[in-house]
Ligand binder design. Sequence first.
Ligand code: C5P
Length: 292
Amino acid sequence: MYISEKAPAKINLTLDVLYKRNDGYHELEMVMTTIDLADRIDLHPLPDDVILLESSSGLVPQDERNLAYLAAKMLKEKLGIKKGVSIYISKQIPVAGGLAGGSSDAAATLRGLNKLWGLGLSLKELAKIGAEIGSDVPFCVYSNTAIARGRGEILTPLPPPPPCWIVLAKPVHGVSTADVFRQIRVNEIKLRPSTEKMVEAIKQGDYDAMTKLLVNVIEPITMKMHPEVKKIKEKMIQFGADGVLMSGSGPTVFGLVRNESRVPRIVNSLRGFCQQVFAVRMLGILDQGLTK
Ligand code: C5P
């Protein structure tokens, strides 16, 4: 028996940083959703009590620095499991891009091992373990649409956003989340998102309102380090995206597009100066058979 688990990327429709906490983390308020750009995690049982990790991408580490490896190690330690597993990550999501690729790989590993080893844990229990791995892992355990507060681990589920296309473009260089967060000065934030209005737009299925309410307070910081972010945003708007925003700490920029005929034009306009350009559908919720 082996398990194959989908690990979808997330985007931030809003991201607000409320204050810096005493533990060094930032208190956040974000609306996040799931898109149909995904890694695939294959889990095979091994006869020996070891964790092996391989990936289709040379860009991801193969030891504990990989969050999927860490997820398997933590699950084994917490539950006293003496079983081995080989983890293969088929990578699609850009690395260090603000799309929670590493976190989603970890979350999919938790869900997959829960099945492979017949642990019977709920998604809530997996999310609790996930919070120790990284701030975005609990969201990725559910891979739905939600308001995320606290470090990102306090989740309020929302219905899926109105369907649309999402064009994504990642500048060549990735960013370190920690580097970006270090540069945030909360009292210098000029434009903040309205979580309340975004939630209302999603609940009403109001696509136009959703595209107008996209705000990420981290965007100006990453833009200073990577001027390509601004260029990509301008190109996407020029070629007909309805709303554009940088996701998470960046530098990936996404554009929401309702009219399918515009998608190829936007993609082609970006191919010239971005290595990684994708056009995918909004997912909003991952069908994984378990909801609790
Ligand atoms: O939790 P995670 O390991 O993904 O976070 C990576 C880094 O991002 C943290 O070490 C911290 O510097 C920053 N961070 C933060 N506030 C958050 C989440 C992450 O400052 N809520």
